[in-house]
Structure formats: structure tokens, C-alpha cells
Design a protein around this ligand. Structure first.
Ligand SMILES: Nc1nc2c(ncn2[C@@H]2O[C@H](COP(=O)(O)OP(=O)(O)OP(=O)(O)O)[C@@H](O)[C@H]2O)c(=O)[nH]1
Ligand SMILES: [Mg+2]
Length: 595
């Protein structure tokens, strides 16, 4: 399936045209039909003569509904631009084209409609000139009349050519579905719809719902695409997702369904801004449009200079699941103007506290946003960079880069760090205390940006156990009885990893003080408080669950998300703080640190 959004000035004939193409009614509401005007997004579809299925997202043209238009085109990479032959280029033609240009939409068809009312030819020349400087340059133009049917066959042919030329979606990518409609179906509950632009959805799977009220795991009860139920739906598709246990009031347009653990809501981000018009001043606030979302935003320019390329810190009124590389629009709703295209560069930027830190940050962001930089040069300069950061700037990773979690390491730097780490662990005091070196200590000693880098550097005979880098040759193996007991504990915790066993259960398993101490030294379990025992990898697992929450979160929110009691949650959070997996704020709330 392919999805194409309409665009164009109010009343130019968008809905009439897709109605003629599909035989379906895009204006769903009585009020729309009474006023002869599209108010909300419409969804219709058809099968082209070549067999391709095309779904249209029909958008409103009225200037009041530009935010709705942006929600419709946001996740859709192809457009049917409609201009009435008798009216020509109008203000919302211009605004819609500016938006499509800023979003980088290159695929589409230009329909010059109502050609029964005026000669389309001079207008086609005029439109060609106006589009020449935009991403839509060279768009194939078709004169048509929805009234007489003239040119409709040519339009169908052009649409066939358009969809065959669209890039194939990555169906293995994680899902980030921008919700554009939410409603209730009697007997089934809440249904949300959206344009699935990458990845695939399956009935029964768990997703993270990122909504205004927060983020939580939800389960897919049923799926439909174009009115047909299906156990799975792959991109590109219009999809309706029936969610289990979600109230209608909990979801709205602009919310997101995502593969768990892949994106995390951010409310402060750094972005490279590309202003359409260099002369205009950047307003201090506006609305950020991305996917189907529209969120108020404060814009703080970081660089003092002018020009078309700026960098800015954006403070969003509400957290959105953004990723580096996302392209969003900044719009000044008062002035009816797209003020800039914002390429998200960093979704977890450092605080700007010191004097001059904004300027220093701008310099860093400039490196990230310069065209298509050489990945090897960037990596050699930094030593370690997040793979997503390299990808966001369009740089390829050098072939000899070393992967470490989310990071890529320069090969020479990695080998230097490995020797340094081995020395550090060798010089750690042996004896009764905990073996090896804390991850955070090693990170500081090596001056690498993240614990994940240390984990990637810890190759045999080094290993990471319980948040410490140890030399496995110096760490004892577990006695068989203890190993067996730990396996039983692992089975106990399989479904509920944070439900620490009771004292009775520990006794039953034969895990007394000495056995637990041995299991902890061997890196099998972690004692987070007196008598509170979890599996060794549970702190990282907890951090991953908590990363899905809106940040910062309270202890009670964390306790609920982890499905455990305060007895466990409180010391577990303190352990996460110590391991720098979380950061504690003065008001006792916490943020998961970036990793
Ligand atoms: N003569 C003639 N009239 C047309 C044609 N296409 C649309 N119209 C008329 O133009 C008016 C607007 O059509 P719509 O399809 O509602 O326009 P729209 O672009 O969807 O409008 P919005 O959704 O409100 O932006 C209606 O009165 C249509 O009957 C055409 O090919 N020829
Ligand atoms: Mg319409």
C-alpha cells in the first residue's frame, strides 16, 4: 500500500478530486458537508489499474486548519498538490508548499483542477517556476476536472508512476506510529489510527504509548488496515490499532505508539534551524510540528550570528518521543508562517549553566550539522560518538569503528582505552571488598562519555559484573549448590524481575548470607539492601523500563512501572543513582541518564 496526502488552498477541489478518484467520501462529518469545507483529516483509498493500493489522507485547506494539515502530511512522504485552474497560487498553496519543502517532501503529483473553469496551461508554467526552488521542483503536472472527468485517467497514470517510484519502507525498523485519530468502537474499546511509515505491527504485541499524560506499555488487541482485520500490518500502511485497556480519553492526535525502548520522550532538545527567510527574525516561541503532533515551544538561539543556519535549544511544552535526525517544523501561528525547519541533533543535551556554554554548545552543534561530514574524522576527533549522532548528520561510520552499546569508538582510541582499563582493574585493591572497579569510576578514569563505552571496552579476560569491571581470572566461580539456587531464583523472577524474593523464599532456596555474598561476587545477583536481592542485570533492565516514562518521574511512578513494592523500589532507585543510570533531582524525582 502507498499513502499520499493532499495539499492546497481552501476550496481548490482536493476533496472533490479524491472523491472522484476513489468513490469514497473524505469529508466524514455532517458539518463538513454542510459547509462544503474540510475541517478534519479524511481517509479514503482505491486500487489503481496496475494493482497498487493508494490511500489518501485528505487535508483541510483553510488557513485556520494548517495545524491539522501538518498533522496529515507529517508522517506521509508523498503529496497530491491541488491548485484550482481558475484561482492559481494562493496563500495556503504557498504555506502548504513551504511546509512540504521544509519537510523535504520530494515525491508527488501536481493536479491543476477545475480546468473546466479556466485554461490550465499558463498556470502550469507559473507553478513550475514557483516550485523550482523547492523540494517539489519538477513535479509532474496534470490538468484535470473532477466535474467533467477530463484528465482523470492521466492523473491515475501519474499516481501509478508516483507510487512505483516511492522508496521501499524499512519493515524491520522500530515502529513510531503518530496517532492521527482516536475513537471508540462499541464492544472493542479504544482504536487509534495513523500512517505506519516504517516497521510492522502484530496483534498481541506490546507497545509503548507515549501520550500527554505519560508513557506506558499497552497491548495490541486487534489490527485493521483499510477496513480489513489482519494479524499483522507492515509499512507503508494506514492502520487502525485496537488497544487493550486504554480509555478513549487517554489518547489523542499527536500521541505515539512505539516499539518499547526505542524512543524516549524529550522536552528539551537541541536542533539545527534552517530559516526559509534569513531576513525575518526568529520569534522567541512558536509551535513545533512533527509527525501528527503540534506542541508549543520556546526557542533559544545558541549562536549570536545571523544567517540561514542557526542552532537553538528548544523547550517543548510537553515531552515528545523525538530522535536525532528527525525533521520538524517551527511555525509562528500568529504570523501564519513556517519560520524554520528544525533538524533534531540532540535529545538529551547538557544544561547550559556556565557563562559562554551556549556559544560552546553552538560550536559543537555546528560540527553535527555541517552537510555530510566524514565519519572517520568526526570519530577520531571525539574518540566515541553515539551511532545515532553520526547517522543524524549523514556521516558513515568507518569500517574499523568499534561498537560499544549505542556508541561507536575510534579504533585507535579503543585500543588505548582497553590497555588503560586493564591497568586500572589490575591495580584495583584485591581482598575482601567488592572486586574490580565501578563502571562509573572507570568511565571517569578513562574520560569516556558513557558507561556503555566502558562495557564495550571490557573484553576477556575483563568482564562487567554487577556494575563493576572485573578480571574474570581473579573472580571465583560459584559452588554448584549456590549456582543451582540462583537458577531457581532466576525462574522465580522470570515474569516479574523486580519482585525481590521474600526472606522465607531465600531461606527455602538455601541462599543465606554467605551464599548471597558469593553469588554477588560472582556477578550473579545484586543485593540492593539488607535482605533485598535481585538478578545482577536488573539495574540495567530497570533503567530501560524507566526510560520509557516521561522524565523526570517520581518514586511512586517508578514503583508502578517496575511492578514492585517500595521495599524494592527505593533501594533500587538509590542503586541506579549510584551507578549513574539515573540522576536524582532536588525534589526527589529522577531522570534516566542518556545511554
Ligand atoms: N467546476 C468545477 N468545480 C469543482 C471542481 N472540483 C471541485 N469543484 C468545486 O470546488 C468547490 C470546493 O471543492 P472541495 O473539494 O470541497 O475543495 P477542497 O480543496 O477540498 O476544500 P477544503 O477541504 O475546504 O480546503 C466545491 O464547490 C466543488 O464542487 C472541478 O473540477 N470543476
Ligand atoms: Mg476538502
Amino acid at each position: 500500500m502507498h499513502v499520499v496526502a493532499t495539499a492546497g488552498h481552501v476550496d481548490h477541489g482536493k476533496s472533490t478530486l479524491v472523491r472522484a478518484l476513489t468513490g469514497m467520501e473524505p469529508d466524514r462529518y455532517e458539518e463538513e458537508r454542510r459547509r462544503g469545507m474540510t475541517i478534519d483529516l479524511g481517509f479514503v483509498w482505491t486500487t489503481l489499474p496496475g494493482g497498487e493500493v493508494v490511500a489518501f489522507v485528505d487535508v483541510p485547506g483553510h488557513e485556520r486548519f494548517v495545524p491539522t494539515m501538518l498533522a496529515g502530511v507529517g508522517p506521509v512522504p508523498a503529496v497530491l498538490l491541488v491548485v484550482a485552474a481558475d484561482e492559481g497560487w494562493m496563500p495556503q498553496t504557498a504555506e502548504h508548499v513551504a511546509a512540504l519543502d521544509a519537510l523535504g517532501v520530494r515525491h508527488g503529483v501536481l493536479a491543476v483542477t477545475r480546468c473546466d473553469l479556466a485554461d490550465a496551461r499558463p498556470l502550469i508554467t507559473d507553478l513550475g517556476t514557483r516550485l523550482a526552488a523547492t523540494s517539489l521542483a519538477g513535479l509532474p503536472a496534470v490538468p484535470v476536472s473532477a466535474r467533467t472527468g477530463a484528465g482523470l485517467d492521466d492523473l491515475v497514470t501519474a499516481l501509478g508512476r508516483l507510487v512505483r517510484a516511492l522508496p521501499a519502507p524499512d519493515v524491520d525498523a522500530p515502529v513510531r506510529l503518530w496517532i492521527d485519530r482516536a475513537f471508540t468502537i462499541r464492544g472493542s474499546g479504544t482504536v487509534v489510527t495513523g500512517t505506519l511509515d516504517a516497521g510492522a505491527l502484530r496483534t498481541g504485541e506490546e507497545l509503548t504509548l507515549h501520550a500527554a499524560s505519560g508513557s506506558r506499555r499497552v497491548r495490541v488487541r486487534a489490527l485493521q488496515s483499510l477496513g480489513v482485520a489482519s494479524p499483522s500490518v507492515a509499512a507503508v500502511a494506514r492502520v487502525a490499532v485496537n488497544l487493550r485497556g486504554v480509555e478513549r480519553e487517554e489518547v489523542a492526535r499527536g500521541d505515539v505508539l512505539a516499539t518499547p525502548g526505542t524512543v524516549r520522550p524529550a522536552s528539551t532538545v537541541d536542533a539545527g534551524l534552517e530559516a526559509g527567510d534569513e531576513e525575518q527574525r526568529m520569534p522567541p516561541q512558536g509551535v513545533l510540528h512533527l509527525g501528527s503532533a503540534a506542541v508549543g515551544v520556546r526557542i533559544r538561539l545558541l549562536d549570536a550570528g545571523g544567517g540561514a543556519l542557526r542552532s537553538a535549544r528548544l523547550s517543548l511544552e510537553r515531552a515528545l518521543p523525538l530522535a536525532p535526525g528527525d525533521v520538524a517544523l517551527l511555525r509562528d501561528p500568529g504570523a501564519h508562517r513556517i519560520v524554520a525547519r528544525a533538524r533534531i541533533l540532540d535529545t538529551d543535551p547538557p544544561p547550559l549553566t556556565r557563562r559562554g556554554s551556549a556559544r560552546a554548545r553552538a560550536a559543537e552543534l555546528a560540527v553535527l550539522s555541517t552537510g555530510r561530514p566524514d565519519g572517520a574524522v568526526l570519530l577520531a576527533r571525539a574518540g566515541a560518538l553515539r551511532a545515532t549522532a553520526l547517522r543524524a548528520v549523514g556521516a558513515d561510520a568507518p569500517a574499523d569503528a568499534v561498537a560499544a552499546g549505542d556508541f561507536l569508538l575510534d579504533a585507535a582510541a579503543a585500543s588505548r582505552w582497553r590497555s588503560a582499563l586493564a591497568e586500572l582493574v589490575a591495580s584495583a585493591p584485591a581482598g575482601g571488598g567488592e572486586p574490580g572497579v565501578l563502571l562509573a569510576e572507570a568511565r571517569a578514569a578513562l574520560a569516556v562519555p558513557d558507561d556503555a563505552v566502558v562495557v564495550g571496552l571490557a573484553v576477556p579476560p575483563l568482564a562487567v559484573r554487577n556494575g563493576r569491571v572485573v578480571d574474570t581470572r581473579r573472580t571465583p566461580d560459584l559452588p554448584p549448590a549456590v549456582a543451582a539456587a540462583v537458577e531457581k531464583l532466576r525462574a522465580d523472577l522470570a515474569g516479574a524481575p523486580f519482585a525481590a524474593p521474600t526472606a522465607d523464599r531465600l531461606a527455602e532456596l538455601g541462599l543465606g548470607r554467605r551464599e548471597l555474598a558469593a553469588a554477588e561476587r560472582a556477578g550473579a545477583v545484586v543485593r540492593i539492601a539488607e535482605g533485598v536481592v535481585l538478578l545482577a542485570d536488573s539495574p540495567e533492565e530497570a533503567a530501560a523500563v524507566l526510560a520509557d516514562l516521561p522524565q523526570p518521574f517520581t518514586t511512586s511512578e517508578a514503583r508502578q512501572a517496575l511492578g514492585t513494592s517500595r521495599r524494592v523500589a527505593v533501594p533500587l532507585l538509590e542503586l541506579l543513582d549510584r551507578r549513574q543510570l539515573t540522576r536524582r533531582h532536588p525534589d526527589d524525582r529522577r531522570t534516566v541518564t542518556s545511554r
